[in-house]
Design a protein around this ligand. Structure first.
Ligand code: MLT
Length: 200
């Protein structure tokens, strides 16, 4: 997959897996990674799907309605890619924290819904429940931050509260954070994500 890898200065720090929103690319979230922990390594990936020229991580049938077959295929593809990238760039596969926005948060959530050991943690910004039929793996010790907007027209409140419930039910430690904004990725929620990360 097309990506940027930046070697961190402290090998004990995690590798941030940065996953952009629809129409974004691997450059979009680099400043957020650097803000959250400038010593961490960064693997920032571009989604392999194009929706009228807009990169995405999986196909959708319409706004908020996912192509479940493609979501499964692309989740497996991303999972395999992280393993390959760990070998190629020499980072610790067991110490990967995803930071995803919107479509990127949705595929990160689906990595959690599919594999018990894909991610050590995840900061999910404006995610939805990726698959309501999933039987979640054991997520004990997985650390999740969810940032949601009370006026988010794409993610109604129950998308965030249901996601929190499902992840907690699988054993993950989840913090759900609300801002009175819409679907945009805001600086206050990035600061809240940094506070969450600093306490890990
Ligand atoms: C999705 O398709 O993943 C969600 O609707 C969010 C987005 O617009 O990308």
């Amino acid at each position: 997959m097309k990506h940027i890898f930046q070697q961190g200065t402290n090998p004990a720090k995690p590798t941030f897996l940065m996953l952009h929103g629809t129409g974004g690319n691997e450059n979009d979230l680099l400043a957020i990674a650097a803000h959250i922990d400038p010593e961490a390594s960064v693997l920032s990936v571009r989604g392999n799907v194009s929706e009228n020229g807009m990169p995405r991580f999986f196909k959708r049938l319409s706004e908020g309605v996912f192509d479940m077959e493609d979501l499964k295929f692309r989740t497996e593809e991303l999972h395999e890619f992280i393993g390959q990238a760990a070998e190629e760039h020499g980072f610790d596969r067991g110490n990967v924290i995803a930071i995803g926005y919107s479509n990127g948060a949705n595929i990160a959530a689906n990595l959690l819904f599919t594999y018990s050991d894909a991610l050590k943690g995840a900061s999910l910004h404006h995610p939805m429940v990726p698959n309501r039929d999933a039987d979640l793996p054991d997520l004990t010790d997985v650390l999740v931050f969810i940032a949601a907007g009370t006026n988010d027209p794409i993610c109604p409140a129950e998308e965030s509260t249901d996601l929190e419930k499902l992840l907690k039910g699988a054993g993950a430690k989840v913090e759900l954070h609300w801002e009175d904004f819409g679907h945009q990725l805001t600086m206050p929620e990035v600061e809240a994500a940094k506070d969450w990360y600093d306490k890990l």
